[in-house]
Design a protein around this ligand. Structure first.
Ligand code: 13P
Ligand code: ZN
Length: 273
């Protein structure tokens, strides 16, 4: 077992859960090549432990994230594969500590032996979301981005470019979708992967009340208390997208669960509207 896990046993459970979810993403076909990335604010689990980190590689950030100063993140590497992460977290992800003034970070563990290891190219989106979660006092610590095939397909349909239209269609496919994602999915119009514009559009979508976000013609992003919770939301939404596309392929245009039936669900499960 790694020296680090011995000095901070709760970390081993986190790493195991991340491997499990990475395996699901690969099995689902949502993680082609290096598609997708994940970050976890692990600061709370390191508290009270004298962690035996192994290295110190300092890098700057393009933006300053002052409120995240001193926070530790477990982050997947840019260009690394989820299918490899499932077998080996240490070589395909890293732990880093954000500088006290939020203007850079130091990699303290992982990243294999590669001097070129960098956190995900979507790090700007991840850090912006972690900052938002911290501002809100949320207990959500995980940000997961993946490329779920059927959900991406729907973002190519002109009729599903609006949040109201896509949510009405997805909620209509099976009751679980309204129960698990009562506030619906937010849509961010296409923007360059890894760009500040994509990060800002994502924050706007979170501020509209969504906890799962679709990046048009690119992928999906969710937050959760743990990686499983983030995965489950995307899995539920993608199941609805699969059903919708199956019906379409069979020549059907399903009207889905009615407004009255959705209202009944909201009442029965005491859901947010
Ligand atoms: P990274 O390999 O840099 O994480 O990029 C994958 C991706 O999905 C970009 O949106
Ligand atoms: Zn992506």
């Amino acid at each position: 077992m790694s020296e680090l896990y011995l000095s901070c046993p709760p970390l081993a459970d986190y790493v195991e859960e991340i491997s499990e979810v990475a395996g699901y993403l690969w099995q689902k076909g949502w993680a082609e090549c290096n598609g997708g990335n994940l970050s976890v604010d692990i600061s709370h689990i390191l508290e009270g432990h004298e962690c035996r980190f192994e290295k110190e590689e300092h890098r700057g950030l393009d933006h300053t994230y002052s409120p995240l100063g001193g926070h530790y993140f477990l982050v997947t590497g840019s260009g690394y594969r989820f299918r490899d992460l499932a077998r080996n977290v240490k070589d395909n992800a890293c732990i880093l500590r954000v500088d006290n003034d939020g203007s850079g970070y130091t990699i303290v563990w992982g990243g294999g032996n590669s001097p070129n290891f960098r956190p995900t190219s979507e790090f700007a989106s991840h850090l912006s979301i972690h900052k938002l979660l911290l501002d809100r006092g949320s207990d959500e610590r995980v940000v997961l981005h993946t490329h779920p095939t059927e959900l991406i397909a729907l973002t190519h349909f002109p009729e599903y470019k609006s949040e109201s239209a896509i949510n009405r269609a997805l909620w209509g496919m099976l009751p679980e979708v309204k129960v698990i994602i009562p506030c619906g999915v937010g849509i961010v119009p296409y923007a360059l992967p890894g760009s500040q514009k994509l990060a800002e559009g994502t924050i706007d979508a979170f501020n509209r009340g969504h906890s799962v976000i679709l990046w048009e013609m690119h992928g999906c992003l969710a937050t959760g208390k743990d990686a499983i919770e983030a995965f489950d939301q995307i899995d539920t939404l993608n199941k609805a997208a699969e059903i919708l596309l199956l019906c379409r392929a069979a020549g059907q245009h399903p009207s889905g669960i009615s407004e009255v039936q959705l209202k009944e669900l909201v009442k029965a499960f005491n859901l947010k509207e």
